[in-house]
Design a protein around this ligand. Structure first.
Ligand code: MN
Length: 153
């Protein structure tokens, strides 16, 4: 109990920002394929062993296509888009819930007309995401809906 954090109140601000929470745009340095996405870590609680983050991509932006051992619990909060989840492409809207199990390919893409934002709960201690190799991409593109999603159409 000696590591317990003091109570904290962080009021919401406009445009899905929170007082005292750093807004972290991802640098597009070419090391991973994503577009116009930012992260805010809302909670990082070692006693809970989890973090709650808010990710947002601008209109037409997208997250990295990846998979990893750790799972995600996601709630859409803002806008509309699509989520690649395993072999499915799902339209998403505010308050939809997604559970992304271990080793499941996933990627989010905002519609062209508005941002897409979501809460994502994750383990504090977690493995690094794996990116698809050419064989993985070929397997994914063999599914027509996934091929269309990956092409950004
Ligand atoms: Mn992930």
């Amino acid at each position: 109990m000696d590591t317990q954090q003091p109570p904290l109140f962080r009021p919401a601000r406009q445009d899905f920002r929170w007082q005292g929470v750093a807004h972290q745009p991802y640098k597009q340095d070419g090391s991973a394929p994503f577009k116009d996405i930012s992260r805010q870590v809302l909670f990082h609680e070692d006693s809970l062993a989890c973090e709650l983050r808010y990710f947002e991509m601008d209109a037409a932006g997208f997250s990295t296509l990846e998979r990893h051992e750790h799972a995600h619990a996601v709630m859409i909060l803002r806008g509309h888009g699509e989520c690649l989840l395993g072999s499915e492409v799902l339209p998403v809207k505010p308050f939809d819930l997604l559970t992304i199990p271990a080793w499941t390919w996933h990627q989010f893409r905002a519609v062209r007309s508005e941002p897409l934002g979501f809460l994502c709960m994750v383990n504090v201690s977690r493995d690094r995401p794996q990116l698809p190799d050419d064989a993985d991409l070929a397997r994914l593109r063999a599914i027509p809906a996934v091929a269309r999603f990956l092409a950004g159409d």
